[in-house]
Write a protein that binds this ligand. Structure first.
Ligand SMILES: [Ca+2]
Length: 465
């Protein structure tokens, strides 16, 4: 009797482990959503993003999250590979006919999860290059029927429907073929309908990864008729009457994904991450300095909200410095798998932050890059920007989030230490523990050596705090 009871207890206690299926992973990536735009990041924002706000209320909001770069293409490289895009010399953005940036041999979040039994889909903006098979570069939409020899399907995504980039939002690609031409206003409703349909088709017990890189609030600002002029949201910076509607439509798409997870009973076992690929375009939101494409915080500090019921404390806030590159290592730790040495070289698991089990820094340091090849390194309070003449600029973000006071002259030791660390990251081919990795042939990635003692270099014209 006692033995039976014991077995029952053992079975009962084993249940949670068995029921702790591999969690689904959903990543919703806004395009150019600034740190100061969602109300959950800036309460006096005049934009409306109720679904992001409710995600934050049910999950964790990171206040110090960074895109790998300050523009689309390199950030997406980092997000999918967990490797700094500067390692492949990618600073600018792609057009419709650029070749694939990620070789098929490289592990991505999608191919990693697929290898571990996940069904995977990318629905939305790709912007990482495609190997077109039978079409020459053209302006405007790519002809229907044009085929792709290598693209998302070769990088781990079972299913792809989307478009190359925002300037070619008319060309709809499904799997390895152009299947339709649409008007700009029709693109996003088509994408979200497909994403919801794909979620509806998932079967219990089969884990999945959905990557949904949307268009809003990037141009073309093309709100669908049901949103146009109806939200009352105001673009306080540029006074574009459609911008708030476009942001709202993007947020509504996030809401449709959350609703689909609820309908399917999948929300409990799904890690949902909503973030942005870089800062707002031409819109600065103080106290952050700068905007999209720039090395300052406005270029790459982004909203990042994660929800995972039972794992993440609802309504929590984390001040960990994290990077979108961290998705691959986080996925690996969730599955208790060690990544190979030649994958995710700049990816750090943020699972301890999500679980709330540590407040110690997870990343040794974080590299930032601008669209015009500027680099910066961030460690704790310090951010060192390597930028032309008269030398690097050092900011103490703990007291100067707006990056107004260059302390390089006052803190030569910090400049030297962060410079040496950056040079080590470059030389090692990685910024995480593991075997050194070779650099990419033909890619030069370097920062100038620090010049300790030369207090005039980069000296501040403002008084030290
Ligand atoms: Ca972008």
């Amino acid at each position: 009797m006692i033995r039976t009871a014991l077995i029952l207890i053992l079975c009962a206690t084993a249940m949670p482990a068995a029921a702790a299926e591999k969690p689904n992973v959903v990543v919703v990536l806004f395009d150019d959503l600034g740190y100061g735009e969602p109300a959950c990041y800036r309460p006096d924002s005049t934009l409306e993003m109720p679904h992001l706000d409710r995600l934050a209320a049910a999950g964790m909001r990171f206040t110090d999250a960074h895109s790998a770069a300050a523009v689309c293409t390199p950030t997406r490289y980092g997000l999918l590979t967990g490797r700094y895009p500067s390692r492949v010399g990618q600073y600018g953005v792609f057009t419709s006919f650029d070749p694939p940036l990620i070789p098929e041999s490289r592990l991505t979040v999608a191919s990693f999860l697929k290898r571990h039994g996940y069904e995977t889909a990318c629905i939305g903006k790709w912007h990482l290059g495609l190997a077109w098979q039978d079409v020459r570069a053209t302006k405007g939409p790519v002809p229907i029927g044009s085929r792709i020899a290598s693209g998302p399907n070769q990088l781990g995504f079972d299913y792809f429907q989307g478009f190359t980039h925002a300037r070619n939002i008319e060309t709809i690609i499904e799997q390895e073929r152009v299947v339709a031409h649409v008007r700009a206003v029709e693109n996003q409703p088509r994408m979200i309908a497909k994403a919801v349909e794909w979620l509806e088709q998932r079967e219990a017990g089969k884990p999945f990864f959905l990557y949904f890189p949307m268009c809003p609030p990037h141009t073309p600002i093309a709100p669908a008729p049901e949103f146009a002029g109806k939200t009352g949201a105001v673009d306080e910076v540029k006074q574009d009457p459609r911008y708030g509607d476009w942001v709202y439509q993007g947020d509504h798409m996030l809401g449709q994904i959350l609703d689909a997870l609820d309908r399917k009973g999948l929300a409990e076992n799904t890690l949902v991450i909503a973030s942005a690929d870089n800062g707002a375009a031409g819109r600065a939101y103080p106290p952050l300095r700068g905007s999209k494409a720039q090395i300052h915080e406005g270029g790459h500090r982004v909203p990042f909200v994660a929800r995972w019921p039972g794992v993440i404390e609802p309504g929590s806030v984390s001040d960990q410095t994290i990077c979108l590159n961290d998705l691959l290592a986080t996925s690996a730790e969730i599955l208790d798998v060690t990544l190979p040495d030649d994958a995710g070289e700049d990816s750090v698991s943020i699972l301890p932050a999500l679980r709330g089990t540590t407040s110690e820094p997870l990343r040794e340091a974080t590299i930032h890059q601008s669209a015009d090849r500027e680099l910066a390194i961030r460690q704790g309070r310090w951010k060192l920007v390597f930028s032309g003449k008269p030398g690097p600029r050092l900011y103490d973000l703990s007291t100067d989030l707006g990056e107004t006071r260059n302390l390089a002259g006052e803190q030569p030791e910090v400049v030297a230490q962060l410079t040496a660390l950056t040079r080590r990251f470059i030389a090692d081919g990685r910024s995480t523990p593991g075997a050194k990795q070779p650099g990419e042939p033909g890619v030069t990635w370097s920062v100038p050596e620090a010049a300790p003692g030369s207090r005039d270099r980069g000296g501040s014209t403002l008084p030290a705090p």
